[in-house]
Structure formats: C-alpha cells, structure tokens
Design a protein around this ligand. Structure first.
Ligand code: NAD
Length: 371
C-alpha cells in the first residue's frame, strides 16, 4: 500500500501523523511511505530521519493526497485537505465528526473510507488512541499548574514540594480517570500533598489499591469537593461524562471561598470545562485571572509537548495502521471489532451511530459492510 502523511495545517498543531519509526515499520512490511517535506519538523523529526527510515519525501500535500492509498494524519482534515480526498482512499486520523457537519458532509461526498482515532476501542472498554493524549495532558497539568502558582504569574507563590520546614502545595484533582491519575502521580512526584476525587466507587477502589500510598482519594460529593477546594493551592479539573458537556463543579460564587492566587487547571476545557469561570485559552496566552484565582484552560495541551505527544500517538496508532496497510481496511476491520468501531464513513455512507444521531443523518451498520 502507498501510505501518505501530509504536514498538519491546523493552526498551532505541531504533531505529525507518522513518526520515522512508524514509517520504518511500514516500509519493513513492504509498503511505500510518502511524507510531505518538513511534516515532522514541529515534532523534531527532519526529512533525513524519514529518508533513513525508507520513506520518500515529496514537496506538497497535493502530491501526498494524489499518490497515497491511505492518508495518516493527526487532526481532522481541513476544508482544503478534504477537497483532495478521493473515492476509495482510506483516511486514518482524529475526526470528531459529531459537532462538525461541514466536515461530515465533505467526507461523505469524497467517497473515502474514514477511520476515526477517537472511536477505536479496546477490550477493556477504553479508547486506546485517545488515552495517550489524556496521559500527556494529565502529566502536563501539574507542570503548568506549578508555573501558574508562581508569584510572577499571578499565583500564590507556593512551591509544589515545599522545603524542609515548609509544607508542600495542596493539590486537588477532580476526576480520577486517565488524566486525573497521571496528574496525581506527577503532582505527588513533585512532592505535593495530593487528593483525587471521583464519583465512581470502582475507580476509587482501583486508585486506593494501586496508589493508596502515593495520594489520597475521596468521593466527589458537592460538599467534599468545596471543602477540599477551600484548602487547595491547585485544583486540576479532569472529569469526563462521555458524550456530555463537563459538569460545572466550582461556581463563580465559590471562587471567593478559595485561597487567593490558587491555580485552577481545567483539562476538561475541551468538553466545556468543569469550572464555571473556565474559557478556552491558547499556548500563546494560557492563563487569566477571575476574582483573584488563576485559570489555565488550554484546550490542546498535548501540543505544548509535540514531540512526546507525536511519539506516544504513533506508538498507539502503529499496530492499527499496519493492520490497515497489510490487509486493507475491509479485512482489517473484519478481523478486529475494535478497529471496526473506528469506522465513521465509507463510500458516501455514515457508519457511526452517535454521529448520525448528533447530525440527524442516516447511518448504515459498519459490521454489515465487512461481511
Ligand atoms: N485540554 C486538553 O488538552 C485535553 C487533553 C486530553 C484530554 N482532555 C480531557 O480531559 C477530560 C478527562 O479525560 P480522561 O481521559 O481522563 O477521561 P476518563 O473517562 O478516563 O476519566 C474521567 C473521570 O471523571 C470521573 N467523573 C465524572 N464525573 C465526575 C464528577 N462529577 N466528579 C468527579 N469525577 C467525575 C469519571 O468517573 C472518570 O473516572 C476529558 O474531557 C478529555 O477530553 C483534555
């Protein structure tokens, strides 16, 4: 198969769909890999790295799209990229179609087969191609929160680990899923006094069994949440109710009960945020203050560490990418129901029920297509 990887063109996106290692594996499976020139620059990979791996560099995205049987990307195709997709071509990338009717209509019109990273599943009921980005954002949260806490940035001027004779920062993590667990591990590793709140008792049991000696956990009742929030120097928002907007867990009125200069890091901002005063920010201008409380609400946190994020994403996508290339999409999806769950669009038909519901469009069963 000819596998093509264009340079990402969405603003502020520095990741790339294929690492040189992914290219090397694909070449070793007998495939041809075509990379747009400088596609990996933002993630610290230059053209020579891809050439070493056996890939071919081309000058333009148009050449990649015209040549490749399968396009591997990171972000959803932008309008100009969608025009270059063609019937029978395979697209493997994040799509997030439900809130995006324009993209959905363009992909249906293209006749391409589109597999979305975010709906590929695993045998534990997880989302293996979303999890690496949650891991990155979770681990980044205490790092950016620690910076926000510094006095010059408007914060309380509290050091995460304290020093001998001075206690550590108190960190409250709301939501103990992938983001929350990784955030808590790193905050505890920085020496902070960490508590994780969740509403899922099985999840609290897991956190207690595995991390009981590293950080505390507590049930996320409204009373518990505000009581612990009042004591916190940093609060990390990491809740998710799948398919729904994030619940608002700290209201504007409650900001006056928090410690002045406390740092709120709202990782759940991509789902609307879990603090009433959260609004999405960018890496250029990541923090702002409301009622004396500092907010960090960057919606694409993994972009700050594009190299780590690219490699983590590439590790997770590689086995699926190889299966698609080795077998073709139909056989690969017939053999693996988790990859089949990633199928969103095929030959002008929508194949993912939740997208159909959100956009009031007809859906055909993905499993019938591979029988
Ligand atoms: N800003 C970014 O760059 C970025 C990057 C990655 C992920 N995210 C977002 O981070 C959020 C968390 O993602 P995740 O992968 O950890 O999800 P997850 O499903 O692994 O974990 C979410 C946890 O929240 C808990 N929860 C739900 N409602 C709660 C409540 N009211 N109080 C306390 N806990 C509650 C759930 O029980 C679950 O354990 C999502 O919105 C995700 O989209 C943002």
């Amino acid at each position: 198969m000819k596998i093509g990887c264009p340079k990402e063109i969405k603003p502020q996106e520095f990741r790339v769909g294929m690492t040189p290692n992914a290219a090397r594996e694909a070449v070793s499976h007998g495939h041809e890999v075509i990379i747009e020139t400088n596609a990996g620059m933002g993630a610290g990979f230059d053209n020579a790295d891809y050439v070493d791996a056996g890939a071919r560099i081309v000058d333009t995205a148009a050449e990649v799209f015209a040549t490749a049987d399968m396009i591997v990307k990171v972000k959803e195709p932008q309008a100009i990229e969608r025009k270059m997709l063609r019937e029978g071509q395979l697209l493997f990338t994040y799509l997030h179609l439900a809130p995006d009717p324009d993209q959905t209509h363009d992909l249906l019109a293209s006749g391409a087969t589109c597999i979305a990273y975010e709906t590929v599943t695993d045998r534990n009921g997880g989302l293996p191609l979303l999890a690496p980005m949650s891991e990155v954002a979770g681990r980044l949260a205490p790092q950016v929160g620690a910076w926000t806490l510094q006095k010059a940035n408007g914060g309380r001027g509290v050091l995460m680990g304290g020093v001998p004779g001075v206690g550590p920062a108190k960190v409250l993590v709301i939501g103990g899923g992938v983001v929350g667990t990784h955030a808590a591990k790193i905050a505890a590793g920085m020496g902070a006094d960490v508590t994780v709140l969740d509403r899922s008792i099985p999840r609290l049991r897991y956190l207690d069994d595995v991390f009981g000696g590293t950080f505390k956990n507590s049930f996320a009742s409204a009373g518990n949440t505000i009581e612990l929030a009042r004591q916190a120097d940093m609060i990390i928002g990491a809740v998710l109710i799948p398919g729904a907007a994030a619940p608002k867990l700290i209201s504007r009125a409650q900001l006056s009960e928090l410690k002045p200069g406390a740092a709120l890091v709202d990782v759940a901002i991509d789902q609307g945020g879990c603090f009433e005063t959260s609004k999405a920010t960018t890496h250029q201008d990541p923090i702002y203050e409301v009622d004396g409380i500092m907010h960090y609400c960057v919606a694409n946190m993994p972009g700050a560490v594009a190299r780590t994020s690219t490699i983590a994403l590439g590790n997770a996508t590689m086995p699926f990418m190889l299966a698609l290339a080795d077998k073709g999409w139909k056989q690969a999806c017939a053999d693996d129901v988790h990859l089949l769950n990633g199928l969103n669009v095929h030959a002008g038909k929508l194949t993912y029920a939740a997208v159909g519901e959100a956009l009031c469009l007809d859906v055909v069963s993905a499993s019938q297509l591979v029988q």
